[in-house]
Design a protein around this ligand. Structure first.
Ligand code: UGA
Length: 435
């Protein structure tokens, strides 16, 4: 790489912590700041607040090499670093708008504690216009002679493969009002060796929402297609494969299931709708995407109920997988939580299995026993419900599973099993989008 650069990262959540560790790995000197003292103390001991493949190694190695330090005060980064990446949370408010309070307080802290010029890079997902607003705020509060430039650099990493994604980015988007600031950021990110799109700030901010909204649209589209398949005797796996062979469509994000979850797609699709409403634009497709996603969870529950002739009281259902997707312990907006709540409302008893998120899930699901052995969760259950496609679920010993269950009944919300093979093995099997 070129010259190492002193880089501050504000916010040690998924995006901030992974970015900080990866910046250090390519040789930059990184100060990662979070106001949560317990989190910083744990990180200094080498303990990760989240489960993410490869992260612990990266953090420990770079901290030991002195390239990565953890602090609780913004001033620690502002005094040492030329580039300040802002990766604080931008959660949804109840009305669907974006809560910008953490962004604003980060800007205030930067303005207060910076004694020389800074390039402030916004990595958090923020509505269009935030870069301009943040720059105006910083400049209005700057000490005399200090110049701030704000650059938008949206993040596209996925939870569960965040470290891998950071080293294999499809693109880097840099939205700058000042060409010099944009160029400096390009230099800092050069070691990641990804195609760079230089654009204006507003476009960069919108690219992030547009990308997540489009991914959500693909998922809701394929889910509706799956529902149609069930009615006409088609197989969604084949339909998606046939569609995906067209290079213009592409094969990814066409897995039908129980709908998208997680912290990003649900939040960003709602925010996208709110952004459109604010400028009096009726974004019809997005409204449908959000609605279809909610219905998909309900549909799955309806399918389970129907198989028990509408009577779930007294039945025990084994839910396999709780996190919103495999390889993460994240339960935010996980379909499992909604599905379990609905099933319990109908009187079912739930047992669950998740290889990683068990301890977190126990707090959110009082009264639901969570096993760390899948066969334990299945023992004497009336059905198995596949909710998250963990490798441990995909590779279950099906003979053992069948022997553990009271009835050989499987609802496969992620199409991890082959319908014909399951039926041949004596299961009564319901997938998504398969007759
Ligand atoms: C998503 C985007 O993929 C990232 O590019 C983006 O950076 C990130 O949001 C963010 O804004 O921070 P993530 O939420 O980690 O990443 O998870 P995804 O892999 O996108 O999966 C989201 C949900 O969609 C999961 O519940 C998954 O099960 C579901 N999904 C995904 C499907 O139901 N079908 C598919 O074909 C793909």
């Amino acid at each position: 790489m070129g010259e190492p650069i002193a880089v501050g990262v504000l916010g040690a959540g998924y995006v901030g912590l992974v970015s900080a560790a990866c910046f250090a790995e390519v040789g930059h000197r990184v100060v990662c700041v979070d106001r949560d003292e317990r989190k910083i103390a744990a990180l200094r001991r080498g303990e990760m607040p989240i489960y993410e493949a490869g992260l612990e190694d990266l953090v420990r190695r770079n901290a030991a090499a002195g390239r990565l330090t953890f602090e609780t005060e913004t001033a620690a980064a502002a005094s040492a670093c030329e580039l300040l990446f802002v990766a604080v949370g931008t959660p949804s408010l109840d009305n669907g708008d974006v809560d910008m309070s953490q962004i604003k307080s980060a800007m205030e802290a930067i303005a207060e504690s910076s004694a020389d010029d800074k390039i402030v890079v916004i990595k958090s997902t923020v509505p269009v216009g935030t870069g301009a607003m943040a720059e105006a705020l910083l400049r209005s509060k700057a000490r005399s002679g200090v110049r701030f430039d704000v650059v938008s650099n949206p993040e596209f990493l996925r939870e569960g493969s965040a470290v891998h994604d950071t080293f294999h980015m499809d693109r880097i988007v840099i939205g700058a009002a000042s060409p010099a600031a944009g160029e400096r950021l390009r230099e800092a990110l050069a070691p990641f060796d990804a195609p760079v799109l230089m654009t204006n700030r507003e476009s960069a901010e919108l690219i992030k929402y547009a990308s997540n909204s489009f991914l959500a649209t693909k998922i809701s589209f394929i889910n509706e297609m799956a529902n149609l398949c069930e009615k006409v005797g088609a197989d969604i796996g084949m339909v998606a494969q046939g569609m995906g062979m067209d290079k213009r469509i592409g094969p990814s994000f066409l897995n039908a299931g129980i709908g998208y979850g997680g912290f990003c797609l649900p939040k960003d699709t709602r925010a996208q709708l709110f952004i459109a409403e604010n400028v009096d634009y009726d974004f019809k497709i997005m409204r449908a995407v959000v609605e279809v996603n909610q219905l998909q969870r309900q549909r799955f529950v309806r399918k389970v109920r129907a198989a028990f002739d509408g009577e779930l009281a007294g039945k025990t259902l084994a839910v396999m997988g709780l996190s919103f997707k495999p390889n993460t312990d994240d339960l935010r907006d996980a379909p499992s939580l909604d599905i379990i709540a609905m099933l319990r409302q109908y009187g079912a008893s739930i047992r669950a299995y998740d290889p990683v998120s068990g301890p977190k899930a126990a707090k959110l699901l009082p009264g639901v026993p969570i096993a760390d052995d899948p066969y334990e969760a299945l023992r004497d259950a009336d059905a198995m419900l596949v909710v998250t496609e963990w490798a441990q679920v995909k590779t279950l010993d099906l003979d053992r599973a069948k022997a553990a269950l009271r009835r050989p009944l499987v609802f496969d919300g992620r199409n991890v099993f082959d319908a014909a093979a399951m039926r041949a093995q004596g299961f009564r099997y319901f997938g998504i989008g398969k007759s």
